[in-house]
Design a protein around this ligand. Structure first.
Ligand code: SAH
Ligand code: SF4
Ligand code: F3S
Length: 440
């Protein structure tokens, strides 16, 4: 049978980057990617465990893989990533069609496991977490494109009481600056014009005395790199030096993901977020002061155990003060092993739902008003793809991470062009491309 693989990815960008790493390993073994799951010799699903809903999606996909396995018993089915780690026993008992289960620190073993697997039929499981694995020397196989994901640190030691990540991904560890810059240089040589530096706590990066802002300085010097983004920073490790580094380099985007989670000090403390509402607000004020026209996005959880209406109101108050440009909003979902799952004062589902809707409505207003401020202004937009609505228009992002739709004209994909913003509808902007000399 021809050596082909199919890989499907759930969860955050770290998982996207890990799937590219796995693709690189498989290709070195002579495997070729196929988009046709019905023909693949090996099927992988890279999983996420962050909320129950994420796990449900993977379970339903595994049901589909089971049907494929019944028709083609020789196909190899592999579960990778964050669920592999926490569900290995359940998977082994209930899903005998799964051949391989590998946690996020075990991908190096994949080639050897595939060899063994073709010879015998036993299940192979490795979900041990490592204190050292950063896949320093392995180059990911990236699809051609605009943005290259580059993972710079792995794991998390913060132990927010709602979060499963410290259990699925293990302890925090960082790559060397030189291995990161080599990878970024390679990506630029391969035609990428933007990189996004990735880590569960990207700004907790430290390696041999170097901090995250030192890394940013070095990456910003790489010739040909138009844009640098990073995600996800933890507010605890955002400081003036980092913000000044961002402000001091044109190719470091003026956009920051700044996860609030909750606006009440009582809830923040119970979440073990290590900052107060006052500190968070002071930091956002400093971000807006030091980085002109910055775009700030956030993550917010509603219905954390013990959240009263008054606590929730405090979240809305912080939102009203900060006016986030966008927000990812979630209903609290209890996760195995986490402290908060054991709290007795869980919030009923209807209340979570009702708070979520109020929060989304408020955010919509803020997004619209932040976007409307740009009408009439000129933004530099990186042309990324064709608009979904019209083949005559491009879609690209501003530095501050907002999507803009505009007529194609003479611009090409990967061009960085000046666009005058003409309208704002919901999350997207409309614009008109200017000539370079008009932008000055
Ligand atoms: N390391 C990142 C978060 C990664 S998880 C950070 O600290 O910002 C992405 C988001 O999922 C979190 O910011 C949080 O808002 C949400 N999340 C995590 N665990 C959750 C849970 N148990 N229920 C609901 N949302 C959760
Ligand atoms: Fe989870 Fe908190 Fe770590 Fe983010 S910082 S990954 S929310 S434990
Ligand atoms: Fe999900 Fe794991 Fe990322 S739990 S959000 S894929 S780190």
């Amino acid at each position: 049978m021809e050596k082909t693989y199919f890989i499907e990815t759930y969860g955050c960008q770290m998982n996207v980057a890990d799937s590219e790493l796995v693709a690189g390993l498989l290709q070195r073994e002579g495997y070729r990617e196929t988009k046709d799951i019905a023909r693949a010799a090996a099927i992988f699903v890279n999983t996420c465990a962050i909320r129950e809903h994420a796990e449900d999606k993977v379970h339903s996909r595994l049901g589909e893989f089971n049907r494929i396995k019944k028709r083609r018993p020789e196909v190899i089915i592999g579960v990778l990533g964050c669920m592999a780690q926490n569900l290995k026993d359940v998977l082994l008992e209930n899903k005998p069609y799964v051949d391989i289960i590998l946690g996020p620190d075990s991908y190096r073993q994949l080639p050897q496991i595939l060899h063994r697997k073709t010879e015998n039929k036993t299940h192979i499981v490795d979900t041990k977490l490592s204190r050292f694995e950063v896949y320093d020397d392995l180059f990911p196989s990236r699809r051609e494109g605009i943005n290259a994901w580059v993972s710079i640190m792995r794991g998390c030691d913060k132990f927010c009481t709602f979060c499963i990540v410290p259990f699925t991904r293990g302890r925090e560890r960082s790559r060397s600056i030189s291995s990161i810059t080599t990878e970024v240089e390679q990506a630029v040589e391969d035609g990428f014009v933007e990189v996004t530096l990735l880590g569960q706590n990207v700004n907790s990066y430290h390696h041999e005395g170097k901090e995250f802002h030192d890394l940013l300085e070095e990456v910003a010097q790489i010739p040909g790199l138009r844009r640098i983004r990073f995600t996800s920073p933890h507010p605890q490790d955002v400081n003036r030096t980092l913000l000044e580094t961002m402000a001091g380099h044109r190719n470091i985007c003026n956009s920051i993901h700044f996860p609030l989670q909750a606006g009440s000090n009582k809830i923040l403390k119970r979440m073990n977020r290590t900052y107060t509402r006052e500190h968070f607000v002071a930091l956002t004020d400093m971000i807006r002061e030091l980085i002109p026209d910055v775009g700030i996005s956030t993550d917010i959880i509603v219905g954390f155990p013990g959240e009263s209406e008054a606590d929730f109101q405090e979240t809305l108050d912080v939102m009203n003060h900060v006016q986030f440009d966008s927000a990812f909003t979630f209903k609290y979902s209890p996760r195995p092993w986490t402290k908060a799952a054991q709290y007795s004062d869980q919030v009923p589902e209807e209340i979570k739902q009702e708070r979520l809707e109020r929060l989304i409505n408020l955010q919509k207003k803020h997004t619209l008003s932040r976007n409307r401020r740009l009408i009439g202004k000129v933004e530099w937009v990186l042309v990324e793809k064709e608009s979904k609505k019209s083949s005559r228009q491009w879609a690209g992002r501003t530095d501050s991470n907002k999507w803009v739709i505009f007529d194609k004209g003479s611009a090409k994909i990967k061009d960085l062009v000046p666009v005058r913003i003409t309208a704002a509808h919901g999350v997207t902007l409309q614009g008109q491309q200017l000539k370079m000399e008009e932008a000055a």
